[in-house]
Design a protein around this ligand. Structure first.
Ligand code: SAH
Length: 357
């Protein structure tokens, strides 16, 4: 199979330019009977000049531009809706070539601009507190569709002379279920020829797919792995996250330790506090026990309201008490600053509200 055939993902007939590494782009241009250096030129247009159309790639011969337009697409997603929060958080609902929709978020911190990308349309993990999984999984995103999400924001930030400085794979979907596309996305955006995001500024979040965590550990990438833990007790975790039935806490923690051994990277654990469910000090204590001896950091997240789920939020005092208990027991924990609270910035909310697939 030629590189062109193997990369055809978008419209069955066209190749996504954002879905290619520089090596693949070189093979692609050579198959189109062009010299190899054209690949670097295209990469420059895509990632340095960040044009929005093939027509703008003015140093390519006109005939080649036409050929490119026949064989490839620059972008296949378009913006359906945008919400901007008072705190600067931006959420975009993108419509993909097949009419399905995904959300992507920009968070503006003192330390830089962080983009949260989706990796799947919908999700099949079935976590009870999450809006992304309500309609099940529709399909995986291609690497190019994930790259495009980042480019939407980079082009927006270009107007202010700023750049995307970090990326989290924490939007809708389970990145470990779409492993190859997620890793290719990381390969593309970390390339110095592209937007050159440092691996250490990339976080992949997973609900806990153990074989994929081990596979990632063996790749020894310098990215941060975040585990959505949410409970230190198997029974409760299984009731919140069906994935725990396949890989329980013992297996998950073994894989986390393996990740640490292989990469030397401290892990992150996400813990959404749900009033009366997982937020008393007994849970904090068990959590500290579970994480002892593992270099890690816990992110406490006040659960985001999902209309379909009737969860109570934990009070501010209880959040502080939970955090203090973890600290007392030697576990590093911060409370995630809530962003975009006045917009539907929580996972899957905007898409669910729009009743879109
Ligand atoms: N599937 C991956 C990544 C996407 S979810 C994962 O499970 O990690 C990103 C994070 O948001 C996860 O930690 C998830 O558990 C959390 N999350 C989902 N719904 C939430 C809600 N209503 N409130 C708070 N956190 C939520």
């Amino acid at each position: 199979m030629s590189i062109i055939e193997s990369l055809i993902t978008v419209t069955e007939t066209k190749t996504e330019l954002y879905g290619m590494t520089l090596d693949e782009m070189e093979q692609f241009v050579v198959e189109l009977s062009q010299p190899k250096f054209r690949a670097k030129q295209i990469f420059d247009w895509l990632y340095k000049k960040r044009v929005a159309s093939i027509d703008e790639m003015s140093n390519l011969p006109a005939a080649f531009r036409e050929q490119l337009k026949q064989r490839a697409v620059l972008a296949s997603a378009h913006e359906l809706m945008r919400q901007t929060s008072k705190d600067g958080t931006v959420k975009i609902l993108l419509e993909l070539h097949d009419g399905s929709t995904v959300e992507t978020v920009l968070m503006r911190h003192d330390y830089g601009n962080s983009v949260c990308v989706s990796t799947q349309v919908g999700c099949r993990m079935g976590c009870t507190f999450c809006a992304s999984t309500l309609g099940g999984l529709v399909r995986n995103l291609s690497a190019g569709e994930i790259v495009e999400q980042l480019l939407f924001y980079q082009r927006m930030l270009d107007q202010e002379g700023e750049r995307v400085s970090s990326v989290v794979l924490m939007g809708s979907g389970e990145p470990m279920e779409n492993y190859d596309a997620a890793m290719k996305f990381i390969d593309i955006i970390t390339s110095p020829e592209s937007v050159n995001i440092g691996s250490r500024h990339i976080t992949v979040s997973t609900s806990g797919l153990v074989p994929a965590i081990r596979r990632l550990a063996d790749e020894k990438r310098q990215i941060t792995l975040a585990i959505s833990l949410h409970s230190p007790f198997d029974e409760l975790r299984t009731s919140m996250m069906p994935v725990n039935r396949a890989w329980n806490l013992e297996k998950l923690m073994e894989a986390c330790r393996y990740y640490w051994q292989q990469t030397g990277r401290r892990l992150s654990f996400e813990y959404a506090l749900i009033g009366g469910v997982n937020d008393d000090l007994r849970h904090a204590k068990a959590l500290a026990e579970l994480l002892q001896d593992l270099p890690c950091h816990v992110n406490l997240i006040p659960v985001n309201y999902v209309p379909e789920r009737n969860y109570q939020r934990t009070s501010k005092e209880q959040i502080r008490a939970f955090q203090a208990e973890l600290k007392r027991l030697g576990v590093n924990a911060t409370v995630r600053r809530e962003m975009g609270h006045d917009i539907s910035a929580a996972c899957g909310q905007l898409r669910a509200e729009q009743g879109r697939t």
